[in-house]
Design a protein around this ligand. Sequence first.
Ligand SMILES: CC(C)(COP(=O)(O)OP(=O)(O)OC[C@H]1O[C@@H](n2cnc3c(N)ncnc32)[C@H](O)[C@@H]1OP(=O)(O)O)[C@@H](O)C(=O)NCCC(=O)NCCS
Length: 296
Amino acid sequence: MLVRQTTRLLRKAGLLQPVPRPPPQPPLVIEATEPPAPRKPVTTPDGRYHIDAAMKTVLHARGFDATWSSDGGVLPQDSVFEPPCSVQRLEIFGRIAMGSFSYGVSGYCNNVTIGRYVSIGDDVQMGKGDHSIAWLSTSPFFYLHETILPVGQDFAGAEAYHAFRPDTSGAAGFVQGSTIVIENDVWIGHRAYLRPGVTIGTGAIIGAYAVVTRDVPPYAVVVGNPGRVVRYRFDEALIARLLASKWWTLAPWQLHGIDLSRPAQSIDALERRVAEAEPYRPGFIRLADLIEGGPA
Ligand SMILES: CC(C)(COP(=O)(O)OP(=O)(O)OC[C@H]1O[C@@H](n2cnc3c(N)ncnc32)[C@H](O)[C@@H]1OP(=O)(O)O)[C@@H](O)C(=O)NCCC(=O)NCCS
């Protein structure tokens, strides 16, 4: 009441001017910016790189694709990709090298070298390592020096559990296994499982749910558990000519006009085309070079 009366008196005396309204503000404009430059990424505890949105943009522009969530994915530091290629939803652990026109849909990949024109289906498991089978126990509780089960504190022995580290050193109880080599034009079906160290020859097909424990010869069709060769895609003479031609050194557009649906009839034309054309050499995307700002 007193405030209102005082205000009225002051206005009458001309001592109180109405406060001018602020001029209307222009709407907030967010300017389009250049994609951020690649920067040193966060390294995961096992030495892989966390690929953030900025690095993903750089890789994508250079011909590498991955369908990761918006906060990015993880790649080993020594990853090498020959564009264009895509790992879509493959979870990648140890080193990966992937050639042009190859893709994986989903699954697990550990120490795998992949040639060109390789098609990897859904949920394919490649290079899973082994727990030691010669130790007292196969359990990682006896060799891993990190918290295995990320649980809380409210259970018997919790304090000892969180403080415990095994006597044995590092991951010595885990057997990584050697590199899987997948040559060119291989098709790997849904949910196939590849043991570490196997080589899948050019042109081979691995059937759905196959368990591959041995090397697969070029152009073989392998099915079942354990994987067995049920047939070869072509006769011996054609396989020899296809392998000698190295047709996968060319890009798809360089094979234009050749009837690829009838390889036995087209092999002469294919050989001539490979002899005449320049191999497609797009160069390699080496993740470590990109990150350190060196030549790509
Ligand atoms: C392997 C495959 C390509 C067929 O090859 P194919 O040479 O035409 O094989 P056939 O159908 O003639 O079958 C040959 C034999 O293998 C068996 N076989 C075929 N596919 C099999 C499989 N995935 N697992 C177990 N056995 C299989 C057949 O029963 C047959 O056995 P038999 O000789 O004792 O009767 C096909 O079965 C397959 O697995 N495709 C993968 C499909 C897929 O994963 N698609 C995802 C899209 S990327």
